[in-house]
Design a binder for this molecule. Sequence first.
Ligand code: SME
Length: 174
Amino acid sequence: MGEAIRQPSAMYDFKPDETLAPAELYRQLGDAADALTTGESDGIANMANVAALIWEFVPRLNWAGFYRVVQNGTEKELVLGPFVGRPACIRIPFGQGVCGAAAATGETQLVEDVHAFPGHIACDAASQSEVVVPVMRDGEVLAIIDCDSPEAARFTREDARGLEALATLLSERI
Ligand code: SME
């Protein structure tokens, strides 16, 4: 499968069963992400395909994608990367909002109610809950994966664990 889907004419057409238990859903998502990114050195292409896969696999989202850590003078900031959803804020300072908190601490942020999160940045007014997972390489945050949902408390520790496994897979591929 890995080779076939990198051919220009190849289709990768599937819709996962929405009733899958989270552990199985994230296992299948991880396998698909592994197949799509193995041997591909272009990080933008890999982030774009993984954002699309998250969107396909994880139900009840209104935004799924990446922000990349970019040096801006002496400061690091997050800059919008590949995503699926409505257009979003382009630059986020470290420490600001949910994404900035994940980037600044290197720790997953699981937020049941975004309106209660200090400094939350509302890119899409529909978002009610959010999970943000850092992608690390050599102890540094390289990017973050952000998923938003229009449902309050949509994300659990199982979602966080599944996305953390995906982040580990992507550490050397973005
Ligand atoms: N809500 C995020 C900003 C990014 S968007 O939701 C796509 C935050 O507070 O960091």
